[in-house]
Design a protein around this ligand. Structure first.
Ligand SMILES: *[C@@H]1O[C@H](CO)[C@@H](O)[C@H](O)[C@H]1NC(C)=O
Ligand SMILES: *[C@@H]1O[C@H](CO)[C@@H](O)[C@H](O)[C@H]1NC(C)=O
Ligand SMILES: *[C@@H]1O[C@H](CO)[C@@H](O)[C@H](O)[C@H]1NC(C)=O
Ligand SMILES: *[C@@H]1O[C@H](CO)[C@@H](O)[C@H](O)[C@H]1NC(C)=O
Ligand SMILES: *[C@@H]1O[C@H](CO)[C@@H](O)[C@H](O)[C@H]1NC(C)=O
Length: 510
């Protein structure tokens, strides 16, 4: 933590450098859903009511091809707050290979210069309310922090009255400094693993029923399982429909919470000086979703609302963008340059993402995004690398000879238990895959998302797609070298780094 004396000095310097020409400070509000997807009116789901997200979308550019670079909570949050992919951050670049909590204990490299660190150093008042799930503390310093580290994640992440009051307090404590506020909802994460008494998605927490407590600002919306929209990758069964209906109720609480947070900024007179971004950390907790690099695991909702860029409000962008673009975007908004520094040896850290602000003016021709997954829980080593290029999607499953691992939270979900029960009983599963396919994957998976949006027809071995396959493989391996991916030579070689880094063959029959 900086002393307030130092904070003042930094403020004076930064006002001199960056903000002197603006009468009013620019601010950022970053809102993150936890395992959120496309269940909103903003993304054309008409079965759910999300009036606050829909209203925000009308003042935003809505991204249709936004992706997380990693399909797991802590590494995704670390990537978002550093601009570095997991293998550099923890996995490739930032060093956050897997989950941060308990025995999993993944952390970012100490020398990573994260977004809150850079913003704080430039005199911007930084705050986090909700789920942090990244560390160590020295890499992610916030001036104002109400997180699971010093309170209940249910309160700071799901109790929207509490969140509203904390936002109010944050705005009161900032003085007239520009601010960066990160509101990380724990909704609509599953709950069955940690607090099953509140329902599969904590959809009963605070609903006023006996033993559930009350969240004064929340009007619960309930859904009939008959009425939900079942995504193509979720089995269409009564168990999965009930699971989705619970998820919708929890999304409704987050939606109302977003309305309250925006109202606090409006009430304080700062909303029109604030860049508002809404997105999620990874795909929804259903099969092929979170922990997968398939489309449902990595595609994210993303709304970017700038009061200074109304030109494309309400429009949909097709540009391929990544959560790795958020750090460059926020630095660009505050006119703060990214520093030149090294994490290991003399290799300078490079941001691979880019600012989204120009996209708010004109549609770019951006067609490529990369993904990288190594772990979720520490036991779940299943490294994958992927690239989307235009309509093509390539996934490299490095450990394709082992069964795909399942995390504890998803394992006990009604959807997955029902799938296991139906499979072992030989009953129809109502699913687009079977468990054997799901567990045992090809080393290379290539999909043409124009012809095959559900990614069920692997073209990697099809001779008509040899050129496409080679192009995407070349792009992928180039990105792995650029981001110092330790897995760049796996599974058929060893990375020998001394002198000139190179892949040495293993002759292991792959
Ligand atoms: C929603 O549907 C409309 C009408 O088909 C379409 O123009 C729009 O792009 C869709 N929005 C998103 C976010 O996909
Ligand atoms: C959490 O930490 C903040 C300072 O970052 C402090 O003001 C607050 O009182 C703490 N909350 C609890 C419940 O300890
Ligand atoms: C939510 O927070 C408010 C304000 O702190 C509190 O009065 C209420 O009891 C909390 N609700 C639950 C369910 O914890
Ligand atoms: C909001 O900000 C924009 C750009 O800075 C400005 O053009 C507009 O007039 C402002 N609107 C209000 C209601 O203050
Ligand atoms: C699956 O089967 C087990 C054992 O028979 C049972 O306890 C459980 O309720 C079933 N779960 C679902 C979701 O059908």
């Amino acid at each position: 933590m900086r002393s307030s004396g130092q904070g003042c000095w930094v403020l004076l310097i930064s006002v001199g450098l960056c903000c002197v020409h603006r009468a009013r400070p620019r601010n950022v509000l970053l809102i993150l859903a936890d395992d959120g997807g496309f269940e909103s009116g903003a993304y054309n789901n008409s079965a759910i009511s999300t009036p606050h997200l829909d209203a925000l979308a009308r003042r935003s550019l809505v991204f249709r091809n936004a992706f997380t670079s990693v399909s797991s909570c802590s590494p995704s949050r670390a990537s978002l707050l550093t601009g570095l992919p997991q293998h550099l951050c923890l996995q490739h670049q930032n060093g956050m290979y897997g989950l941060h909590q308990d025995v999993h204990h993944f952390n970012s490299f100490d020398r990573v210069q994260s977004l809150p660190l850079l913003l704080g150093r430039a005199g911007i008042h930084t705050g986090i309310i909700g789920k942090k799930h990244v560390g160590p503390e020295m890499v992610y310093p916030f001036d104002f922090a109400y997180t699971e580290e010093n309170g209940s994640v249910l309160q700071v992440g799901r109790n929207i009255t509490r969140i509203k009051l904390l936002v109010r307090k944050f705005l009161q404590t900032r003085g007239d400094r520009p601010f960066f506020l990160y509101v990380a909802f724990h909704d609509p994460h599953r709950c069955g693993h940690s607090q099953p008494q509140y329902g599969a998605f904590c959809e009963k927490f605070g609903n006023g029923e006996s033993g559930m407590g009350r969240i004064p600002d929340w009007t619960p919306q309930t859904y009939n399982p008959k009425d939900v929209q079942v995504p193509y990758f979720v089995p269409d069964t009564p168990a999965a429909r009930a699971d989705l209906a619970a998820q919708y109720t929890t999304i409704g609480r987050m939606d109302q919470g977003i309305g309250l947070v925006l109202q606090e900024l409006r009430g304080a007179g700062v909303l029109n000086d604030t860049l508002v971004i809404f997105t999620s950390d990874n795909g929804i907790p259903f099969p092929s979703g979170r922990t997968n690099l398939y489309w449902p695991g990595t595609a994210e909702p993303m709304l970017v609302s700038s009061p200074e860029h109304p030109k494309r409000w309400g429009q949909v962008s097709e540009a391929y963008v990544s959560l790795l673009d958020l750090t460059p975007t926020i630095l660009d908004w505050f006119s703060i340059p990214y520093p030149s520094y090294a994490i290991f040896g003399t290799k300078t850290v490079q941001l691979t993402g880019r600012s989204l602000l120009p996209v708010l003016e004109a549609e770019p021709l951006w067609t490529t995004v990369f993904g990288s997954q190594s772990y979720h829980e520490v036991t779940m080593s299943y490294p994958m690398r992927s690239v989307h290029h235009q309509n093509f999607h390539l996934v490299h499953n490095l450990h394709f000879k082992m069964p795909f691992p399942i995390d504890q939270d998803f394992y006990i979900s009604p959807t997955f238990q029902d799938l296991l029960n139906r499979t072992t009983a030989g009953q129809p599963t109502g699913w687009y895959k079977d468990l054997h396919q799901y567990y045992y994957r090809e080393r290379w998976e290539l999909y043409d998302r124009n012809q095959d949006p559900h990614e069920t027809h692997n073209l990697a071995a099809d001779p008509r797609y040899t050129q496409v396959l080679e192009l995407l493989q070349t792009q992928l391996v180039k990105w792995q070298w650029e981001t110092h991916d330790p897995w760049v030579c796996a599974p058929d070689g060893v990375l020998e780094e001394k002198l000139a880094p190179q892949c040495r063959p293993l002759h292991n029959e792959l």
